[in-house]
Each structure stands twice: as structure tokens, then as C-alpha cells.
Design a protein around this ligand. Structure first.
Ligand code: DX5
Ligand code: ZN
Length: 214
């Protein structure tokens, strides 16, 4: 599985979103990680499908849309229409994950499931044959710039074994930096989300340094 760097827009300057997202693209990010928060599933609010559609026009990177919302079934279609490529839903949301996965597929996108740090990783097992990616949160969702939770490493290793030879990506989100990245990669992750570390200073140099760990 080719390693992917999915840059999180959460750390961009929202007053200059177009400028920052174009800079991330020019700097060599592989995907754009779009953090959607509803103020209910997590104690923070970000953007909705209309805003995603707005910046879809000027960014060609695949959109990796992380739905931190309580009722994804109500919004999947709109995020798909807004230009998502892959949509991930939390197993802890209020809707049935399989129904979400099926709807994401009907909308023409790839589907993934996400687990918060306290959810046993075994909970993804029933969905592994139906999805393109598992996302494991290595911080409690809601905010950028948090510290990597050490116990995540073991969880990544377990998920890697569970995935086996299925064509399923293993994405890690939260607290990725120059110290934690080698550990995360060694544990088996192939898809790396990073916001605060990549947006700090020179994005191209940061991405280049990350790639040297692959
Ligand atoms: C947190 C978000 C993450 C966040 C990562 O709820 O899902 O995508 O932006 O930010 P950093 O890389 O700063 O930990
Ligand atoms: Zn995220």
C-alpha cells in the first residue's frame, strides 16, 4: 500500500483557506483531510457540505472527509455531492455503520470507519470486507494540536493484523509529528493525517521530512 499523507485542513487559517489549501497541494500533500464537526458528536464545530463544495473547485487533491457527527446518514449524500472521495464515519455515531457504508457506496464514494481512542479496535471487524479504510484516532476527536496517545501504537498493530491482506488502508489521525511518525509507521499505518505539524513553518519541507520516514 503506497503511503499517503493526508493534510488536515483544521490547522489551516480559515480566513485564508483557499491560499492555505492551495499551498498544501503545491507542497506535495497526497490527500486533503477534511474534519467535519457538528458540536454534538464532538465539542467543536467546523464546516458543512456547502463549504466543502466551495473549496472543491480549486483543489484537485482527493478529499478524505472525516465525519465527526452524530447522524451521518442525514449528511452523507450532501458531502458526497460536495466532492468527497472517501468518507469515514465513526462507529460511535448514532446511526448504523453498515447503513452508512452502503449509503456512501451508493453515492459513489469510498467508505471508511473510525474508532475513538476508547473503542475496542475489534469493533471494526464486521466491516473490514466492506470498506476501503480504517481510521484510528490517536487523540480524542475535536481539536488539532493534541498529544499522541501512546496506547494507540498497540491498537494500530492489532488493526494491521486484523486487516491482513485485504485492500484496506490503515489511517492514523492525531498528534502525528517527527517523533511519533516512525512509531506509527512501524506499527503498520500507511495513511497519515497531520495538521498542526505540517502547517507549522514550511509545508513542503515538513512533507519531505515525513516522506523520508516511509
Ligand atoms: C481531530 C481531527 C484531526 C486533527 C489532527 O479531531 O480529527 O484530523 O486535525 O490534528 P493534529 O495533526 O494537529 O493532531
Ligand atoms: Zn480528522
Amino acid at each position: 500500500m503506497k503511503p499517503v499523507i493526508s493534510i488536515s485542513m483544521l490547522s489551516a487559517d480559515f480566513a485564508h483557506l483557499d491560499r492555505d489549501l492551495k499551498a498544501a497541494e503545491a507542497a506535495g500533500a497526497d490527500w486533503l483531510h477534511v474534519d467535519v464537526m457538528d458540536g454534538h458528536f464532538v465539542p467543536n464545530i467546523t464546516i458543512g457540505p456547502d463549504q466543502v463544495a466551495n473549496f472543491r473547485d480549486s483543489i484537485t487533491l482527493p478529499f478524505d472527509v472525516h465525519l465527526m457527527i452524530s447522524n451521518p446518514l442525514l449528511y452523507i449524500e450532501r458531502f458526497a455531492k460536495a466532492g468527497s472521495d472517501i468518507i469515514t464515519v465513526h462507529l460511535e455515531c448514532e446511526d448504523d455503520p453498515q447503513e452508512c457504508i452502503d449509503l456512501i457506496h451508493r453515492c459513489g464514494c469510498k467508505a471508511g470507519v473510525v474508532v475513538k481512542p476508547d473503542t475496542p479496535v475489534e469493533a471494526v471487524a464486521p466491516y473490514l470486507d466492506a470498506i476501503a479504510m480504517v481510521l484510528v484516532m490517536s487523540v480524542y476527536p475535536g481539536f488539532g494540536g493534541q498529544k499522541y496517545i501512546e496506547a494507540s501504537t498497540k491498537r494500530i498493530e492489532t488493526l494491521k493484523k486484523m486487516i491482513g491482506d485485504r485492500p484496506v488502508r490503515l489511517e492514523v489521525d492525531g498528534g502525528v509529528n517527527d517523533e511519533t511518525l516512525p512509531v506509527i509507521l512501524k506499527a503498520g499505518a500507511d495513511t497519515i493525517v497531520s495538521g498542526s505539524c505540517l502547517f507549522k513553518g514550511n509545508i513542503a519541507e515538513n512533507i519531505k521530512r515525513f516522506r523520508q520516514c516511509f
